[in-house]
Design a protein around this ligand. Structure first.
Ligand code: ADP
Ligand code: MG
Length: 554
């Protein structure tokens, strides 16, 4: 008699499961994609471990995922011969929220209190737990490759689960079998035809073959051939196939905004398949989020931890497959490898070039991409010295003449006033407040465009940015504004600010009254309506940066 351990789910998991169980989200099919992608991951992990421990494959080396539908018992069973899970793996993986995307999802649901979050399930998928959208009981029986023990995890998704040792005779020889006891309204998942259709639509391109069995004992039928999509040539792949593959590899549920598929030949040989998502991944600003580019060597999955792209491209999803690295390369060695450095450089160039092309060829699509990822891309202006100018040229801005972030610096410079010497900007965290700033008055009066920068990264890159086409960046809250050279829009000739006796007297009065609180009081040509404004000194920090640094310094 095997003892049964009772476990209560972590609070977060319990809340997530409550959402799943009560989900009214209509596209429940997505649970299959999640479970199949886990099974494929498990097969790939085994393939990787078997490079150094081939005995793990024993007499069953070919990876396989098998689905069995059974209308009589109202069950759907998914089995893989992948790496499997030990008891501890199970408690860790199926009892907590491990992946940052799911954690971010929960935070989003909390924040959106009003709704029930089920639309978000559709947008992002929540991994294993999505099984509870269609099943009122889930049994997972698993045997870790090489282990002499198998374990059974079982839950009705209502707050607790059990774990017990399983009979080896009942368990797969290696890998994981998941039995979904389907809810009454999920009976359609016992139909061979509907399951086949869903798998073909959603998971036709996972790199592991998929078999379907109509009822226990019946013959298996291959419904996914396991050919890796990226090994095909571009002209043989449809847009839908790319989109399906993107959803599988990214765990996102939108469309790719940009697909970059190429084969690099010459000094290094590799294939890259990279996607820019349509919408922001949930974990974009989660510092613990892993990169989402996978590294393969000769079609064997190695790691999704290799830094295949710089941080400012962390929203890009996809993979690189190379024949230049040895199969038994350790994950630690990878980061040091000069081959990987060359691949990272090549891939970064390809992705940036594709984004630049989009900027030229489809302004609307690029505007959307910029809206979603501009704030991240701009990090590259101070992170990536080599591509700094390229990224500055790619950047788009809201300005005093444009409400949308559509102005490039090339546009700005083209429209500069004759005597204007600098590219002016104003930083802050709120666009409306920026637009109302008295600092802008003198610039408006002269028709001088000012960049309105509201991302917190802006305060940093402007200090690191070199000139653009010979024009330096200048904060309008900093130092003298130098507007005397530019005539006002109403044709008034440029003139030094008036220094009548009254002004001189007032300045003297202000200086004595304010004392140490200010370093200087000056007459200025930057105001037309307001009487006074604060500016930062010429040398040192701009006001917004000073605020940000004070905020983080505490
Ligand atoms: P993710 O796939 O993003 O890690 P999931 O919720 O889909 O998140 O799965 C959680 C974890 O459960 C996986 O990371 C893995 O460790 C484990 N797991 C799930 N399914 C399997 C399986 N078929 N074989 C082995 N491990 C699995
Ligand atoms: Mg998963």
């Amino acid at each position: 008699e095997k003892p049964v351990e009772n476990h209560v789910f972590e609070a977060d998991v319990a809340r997530l499961l409550h959402l799943m169980v009560h989900s009214v989200y209509s596209d429940k099919d997505v649970f299959l994609r999640e479970l199949i992608s886990n099974a494929a991951d498990a097969c790939e992990k085994l393939r990787y471990e078997a490079i150094s421990a081939p005995e793990l494959l024993s007499d069953d080396p070919a990876p396989r995922i098998t689905l069995t539908v059974d209308a009589d018992s109202n069950t759907l069973v998914l089995e893989d011969n992948g790496i499997g899970m030990s008891r501890d793996d199970m408690v860790e993986a199926l009892g907590t929220i491990a992946r940052s995307g799911t954690r971010a999802f929960m935070e989003r649901v909390e924040a959106a209190k009003a709704g029930d979050g089920t639309q978000l399930i559709g947008q992002f998928g929540v991994g294993f737990y999505s099984a509870f959208m269609v099943a009122d009981k889930v049994d997972v029986i698993s045997r870790r490759a090489g282990s002499g023990h198998a374990w059974l995890w079982s839950s009705d998704g209502k707050g607790s689960y059990t774990v017990s040792e399983a009979d080896l005779a009942q368990a797969p020889a290696r890998g994981t079998r998941i039995t979904l006891h389907l809810m009454d309204d999920a009976k359609s998942y016992t139909s061979k035809w509907s399951v086949q259709k869903i798998v073909k639509d959603q998971s036709g391109h996972v790199p592991v073959p998929i078999d379907l069995i109509e009822k226990p004992g019946a013959e298996a039928e291959r419904i996914g051939d396991g050919t890796a999509l990226w090994t095909k040539s571009r002209s043989d792949i449809t847009k839908e196939e790319y989109a399906d593959f993107y959803r599988g590899v990214s765990g996102q549920y939108d469309e790719p905004a940009l697909t970059v598929h190429f084969r690099a030949e010459g000094r290094h040989e590799y294939t890259g398949l990279a996607f820019v998502p349509e919408s922001k991944p949930l974990d974009m600003f989660d510092p613990s989020a892993k990169g989402r580019m996978k590294l393969y060597v000769k079609r064997v999955f190695i790691t999704d931890d290799a830094e295949l792209l710089p941080r400012y491209l962390r929203f890009v999803r996809g993979l690189v497959d190379t024949s230049d690295l040895p199969l038994n390369v350790s994950r630690e060695m990878i980061q040091e490898s000069p081959i990987l450095a060359a691949i990272r450089k090549g891939l970064t160039n390809r992705v940036l070039t594709a984004i630049e092309k989009l900027a030229d060829s489809d302004k609307d699509a690029f505007a959307k991409l910029w809206e979603a990822f501009g704030a991240v891309l701009k990090e590259g202006i101070y992170d990536d010295f080599e591509r700094r100018s390229q990224l500055i040229a790619l950047s788009r801005f809201r300005t005093t003449t444009s409400d949308e972030a559509t102005r490039s610096l090339a546009d700005y410079v083209k429209d500069m006033k004759d005597a204007q010497a600098a590219i002016y900007y104003l930083t802050g965290d709120n666009l409306d407040r920026l637009k109302a700033s008295p600092q802008l008055e003198g610039f408006r009066a002269r028709g001088i465009e000012v960049l309105l920068l509201t991302d917190s990264v802006d305060s940093f890159w402007v200090t690191a940015a070199p000139d653009f086409e010979g024009k330096p960046f200048k904060s309008i809250t900093q130092g003298a504004a130098d507007l005397t050279q530019v005539p006002k829009a109403d044709g008034e000739a440029p003139a030094a600010p008036e220094t009548t006796e009254a002004v001189t007297d007032f300045i003297a009065f202000a200086k004595t009254t304010l004392g140490d609180a200010v370093s200087d009081v000056r007459a200025s040509d930057r105001l037309t309506e307001s009487a006074v404004c604060l500016v930062a000194p010429e040398q040192g920090y701009d006001r917004q940066l000073e605020k940000l640094l004070q905020g983080s310094g505490r």
